[in-house]
Structure formats: C-alpha cells, structure tokens
Design a protein around this ligand. Structure first.
Ligand SMILES: Cc1cc2nc3c(=O)[nH]c(=O)nc-3n(C[C@H](O)[C@H](O)[C@H](O)COP(=O)(O)OP(=O)(O)OC[C@H]3O[C@@H](n4cnc5c(N)ncnc54)[C@H](O)[C@@H]3O)c2cc1C
Ligand code: SF4
Length: 562
C-alpha cells in the first residue's frame, strides 16, 4: 500500500460546501491541510453557462444518454448533458434500499466543489424555533447549540459567500448580512402584497447565494440563468472558486483529487485518528495519508459511510459509534409535496426568449406552528415554499396557423409555489452498510431504510390547501392546486442527521462542536450532525457550523488538547 510521507495537521475529506470552508479556515489559521476529494479537479474550462444547447452533441435533448450511466443522478434537472460527468456514475457507485422503501440518492458530485457546483443557492438561517423545537412542541431533541451561538458565524459566512436578500424582520427566518435582493416580477409583487394584507404571511425575494454587488474579485450576476453549469464571472457561490481557491492560495493546503476516502485510520492504543485510507480512483490503488486530526465533510451520508467502513475491534459497529446512533435519524425535506399556481391577467409583462434570466424567485416563510400563535391539530413543525413568477408566451393558445401565432403572443403572467417541509427525526429511518455489495473501488455501499411518516403526509395536504388560499388572497385566476402524497425521500437533496450532535454521548455521535464524543481528533462538519431538519435549506447552516467547529479545532490544537 502506498503511503504519503508528509504528516499533515488536518485531513479534510470533501471539498464541497463544508469541506471548502474547513480547508479555508484551517489553512488560513496556519495549519497544514490535506484536502482529500473523491472528485476530479474542476476547471473553468468546464463551465458552459453561455453555451447554447445546439452546440451540444445531443442538443441537451437525449435524456437517455445521461440516464444510461446516471439513472439516479439524472432525476434532478441539474444533471444534464452539460454537467452529467460531474456526477457519480450510478452503475459504478450503487447503493441499495430496503424493500418497499425507495430512496433517491441524488447530487453525488465527483468534482472539486461538490454539490455547490450545481446547487439551487437558497440560503436561509435557522432560528431557535428550529434549534429549540423540542422544547416548544415536545417532539425529539433540542440541538446542543442555540441561535445566539451560530449567529456570528452566519454573519461571517454570509458576508463572504454574498447573499442577495431582503430583511423582513420575522423571527422564523432571521435576517442576515445581505446584498440588495434581485427584485420581484409584477406577479410576485402582487402575490406578496395580497398574501401579507389578507393572511399576514411573508413572501420575500429568495435569499440567494448570487451576487448583486462585486465581492472579493467576483462580479455581480449578469442574469444569464443556468448557474448549475458553472459561472465564469464567479457570481454565484461555488466552493471550487471561493473557499477552496482561498485555501490553496494560503500555501498551507494540498488538494488531493480523485481520492475516494474509504476509512479513517486509527491509532487504537491512543484512541486517536491517525489518518485516512483512500482508493485512488485512477490507479485503483489504496493510499494512506496521515495527520493529527481528521475532518469529514464528504456530505452527510458519504461521511457516515466512511465511519461505518472504519469499524474496528474497539468500535465494531462503526467508528465513533459507542452510542449506536450512527446512521440513524436520516432526514430529507419533503420536496415539492404540495403547492399551487395561478394566473394574473392584466399585469404588464414583456415577452422575450433571450432573458434576462433572474437565477432566483420567491420564498414563502413558514407560518405554521410558530413560537406564538395557533398550533396545527394535524402536524408538528412547518414548511416554507419556493417558487416564482414569470410572463411567458401563451403556449396553450387555441387554434392552428395564424390564429395560434396571434394567441401565442398574448402574454400569460403566472406565479407558482411548491412546499419544502420539515422531515421529523426518527430512529427507524437509517442507513447501514450493505453486507453484499461493493462499489467499483471495492468499498462497501450504503443500504437505506427510510420512509416519510404521518406528520410529513399531513403537511403535504396542508401545503396544497394553504398555497391555494394564498393565490386566492392575491387575486389569482385559474388557480391550480396540487399535492403529491407519496413523495420519495431523497428528492430534496438535503439529507441530514445521520451522526447527530448532542450533549449526551449515549444518544449522540458528535458534541456541540461536531467533534466525535468517542475520538477527540475526529470531526464531522457536514449536515450529519443536524438534530432536526427544520424546513429551511441546510447549506448556510452547514457552512456556519463548519466554521464554528473549525475555529474550535484550531483552538484545541493550539492548547495541545488535540
Ligand atoms: C441540484 C441541487 C440543488 C440544491 N439546492 C440547494 C439550495 O438551494 N439550498 C441549499 O441550502 N442546499 C441546496 N442543495 C444542497 C447543497 O448543495 C448541500 O447541502 C451542500 O452542498 C452539502 O455540502 P457538503 O459539504 O456536505 O457536501 P458536498 O457539497 O456535496 O461536498 C461533498 C464533497 O465530498 C466529496 N466526497 C464524497 N464522498 C467522498 C469520499 N468517500 N472521499 C472523498 N471525498 C468524497 C465529493 O466529491 C464532494 O466534493 C442542493 C443540492 C443539489 C444537488
Ligand atoms: S445567472 Fe448569474 S450567477 Fe448564474 S451563471 Fe449567470 S452570471 Fe453566474
């Protein structure tokens, strides 16, 4: 087995939202960092946001080409003919599911920057309505951190990432450090005003990780549209050209690409992690890298897979798993469970097939089961909506020929919203290793055992009813409500909770700094530590908690505690 001679201070596994921050923060603090990533090196040459589909071999029309090697990854639109080679090949890297419990494990990126290459960029804070939810409604456990602990790190991350957003002064999505928002269409403005006036609920321009002002050499967005194909002006947040670039610039960070981490290596006598074993994806050879501390940031399920694969005599059920909790409490938001769209005839709108294409829309803040106010009889927690409005050609115009052409030019202004709901943390939703199946690198794969419960289903129905109510309140016509009661988990691509944080080592894997209770020089800084899913998109919180944990790690190393 090959072994690198260098002994690093810290190995960071994964270069996405959390790993990028870990590498930046630790290397800028002067620590020697190895950034081990399963993906190949990203490059500006791969960015195709300005490339028209007609220049592609299959005009981005042959989904079957993508589906052939990425049957799961292609279930999200961001995995298309432009981008599919950034995603893992599902045939090479499979996973299995329990009978009757489908799970769609999407967004498995294999390129520097991970999911931040293609993410939707919605960036919302959690509040104590989430961190202390169990104290409010009695379900589950509180997080071992409160909003006050995380707020300074939200500030720091937002100011660096660059979030366009509007302050609303509502406690369920606390305001942050925003650049000017991207504005609303006429339909969205009417929707916002009508909903506020009649129902008191908040519709706000999406808080989005796209720049409207220059920041650290990155240019403001020029509204071309398809951010998931990259951005040559660096106007959205992608760790590849922000945090990872800064880490490399520090001179203290070495990127090791194409390195599929298999196990955390242990010095069992001292109960300390001593490095990482990875499989080189090109040579297929195992390689050891050594360090004084290990930070797993490979995306929550991938990090837990590494820990499960690191089982040894001392930790037979997975490394750092003396609690037995590792792999349990898997959550993924209820994605687009219910919603509605409506038309706003008579509003001005300009028809243009060439944009501008604003890369965001609207967000409806949670209004159910707030800290004060009425409680739903049917479910605990809540949901928000993502959506947007536009003016489009009337593609459904009646007739043929001349009549159809005229009808087509009669603009239709619509607004649509779709719910993202909190998924409750349940012991019985978990991942283990599949004893019979390995990926193409010889690494045992995950086996999923997850389904939504009654609470999520009750929420889905409410998403539809409330969305229609909002459309009515805003004066929409031709309202089309919808609900999908049997959503498959995985589609939100917000998997969290599989190595939960807690103060009690008997019921949690990580402490409040995402440090393993069992192995003090081992941290997991992706979303594995989440205690609940909240209903807000997780990435801003992942990044804020990651920076907080890295600052703690630096401090502990300086004090000689690690
Ligand atoms: C299409 C899409 C839209 C999304 N929209 C939003 C949104 O609007 N808002 C939001 O908050 N979140 C969104 N998300 C989710 C968001 O991208 C993730 O929450 C976030 O990127 C997770 O950060 P991470 O560091 O845990 O993982 P990632 O960003 O995925 O990074 C993980 C890295 O680890 C590497 N890796 C994986 N396994 C291994 C291994 N064994 N060894 C070495 N390296 C490994 C990968 O190559 C990758 O680079 C979206 C995701 C997708 C795919
Ligand atoms: S819409 Fe803006 S952020 Fe997205 S790719 Fe275009 S310029 Fe970049």
């Amino acid at each position: 087995m090959a072994s690198q001679r260098e002994i690093y201070d810290v190995i960071v596994v994964g270069s996405g939202a959390s790993g990028g921050w870990a590498a930046k923060r630790l290397s800028e603090a002067g620590l020697k960092v190895a950034l081990v990533d399963a993906g190949r090196q990203q490059s500006e040459a791969n960015f195709t946001e300005h490339k028209p589909a007609f220049e592609l071999k299959y005009r981005d029309m042959a989904r079957e080409i993508v589906r052939k090697t990425r049957p799961v990854q292609s279930q999200v639109g961001a995995c298309n003919e432009y981008t599919y080679t950034w995603f893992c090949n599902d045939l090479d890297e499979p996973y299995t599911t329990a009978e009757g419990m489908p799970f769609s494990w999407q967004g498995r990126l294999r390129i520097t920057g991970g999911r931040t290459n293609v993410w939707g960029r919605v960036a919302l804070r959690l509040s104590d309505l989430d961190f202390k939810a169990a104290s409010l409604d009695g379900y589950g456990h509180d997080w071992p951190v409160s909003y006050k602990d995380v707020a300074p790190y939200y500030d720091l991350v937002e100011e660096y990432v660059g979030i366009a957003g509007r302050a609303e002064g509502i406690p369920q999505i606390p305001d942050g450090k925003y650049q000017p928002d991207m504005g609303l269409t006429c339909g969205e403005a009417q929707f916002r005003n009508g909903v506020k006036a009649k129902l008191g609920w908040t519709v706000t321009p999406t808080r989005t990780a796209n720049l409207t002002r220059p920041l650290n050499g990155r240019a403001p967005c020029h509204y071309c549209g398809p951010c998931e194909r990259g951005c040559v002006t660096h106007s959205y947040f992608n760790s590849y050209f922000t945090t990872v670039a800064d880490a490399l610039k520090s001179g203290h960070c070495t990127l090791i690409p194409n390195a599929m981490a298999y196990q955390v290596l242990m010095d069992t006598d001292r109960n300390r992690a001593r490095g990482v074993l990875y499989i080189d994806r090109i040579t297929r050879q195992p390689v050891e890298v050594r360090s004084r501390a290990v930070v797993l940031s490979a995306q929550s399920l991938e990090s837990v897979r590494i820990l499960l694969n690191s089982a040894n005599r001392q930790y037979p059920n997975g490394l750092a798993n003396s609690s037995g909790v590792l792999g349990h409490y898997l959550m993924d938001h209820v994605w687009v469970g219910g919603g509605a769209s409506g038309e706003f005839p008579g509003l001005p709108g300009i028809l243009n097939i060439n944009g501008p294409n604003r890369p965001c829309g609207i967000y409806v803040a949670r209004f159910r089961n707030l800290a004060s106010g009425p409680r739903s009889k049917n479910f605990v927690r809540g949901y928000g909506y993502e959506g947007g409005g536009s003016t489009d050609f009337n593609w459904k115009a009646a007739g043929f020929g001349e009549k159809y052409k005229k009808g087509l030019l009669d603009p239709v202004t619509t607004v649509g919203i779709a719910g993202f709901g909190e998924c409750l943390a349940r012991w019985e939703n978990y991942v283990t290793l599949d004893p019979g199946i390995k990926d193409t690198f010889g690494i045992p794969v995950l086996h999923f055992h997850m389904r939504y419960g009654d609470n999520e289903r009750a929420m889905i129905h409410d998403m539809m009813v409330s969305a229609a109510e909002m459309m009515e309140a805003a004066g929409a016509k031709n309202i089309r409500p919808f609900e999908v009661p049997d959503r498959i988990p995985g589609y939100a691509i917000h998997e969290v909770g599989v190595a939960r944080m807690g103060n009690d080592p008997r019921g949690s894997v990580l402490n409040r700094f995402q440090q393993s209770h069992d192995v003090k020089n081992l941290f997991v800084t992706d979303a594995a530590g989440f205690v609940s899913s909240a209903c807000q998109n997780p990435t801003l919180t992942i990044m804020a908690l990651c920076v907080r944990s890295c600052d703690y790690l630096v401090d502990e190393m300086r004090k000689g505690n690690i």
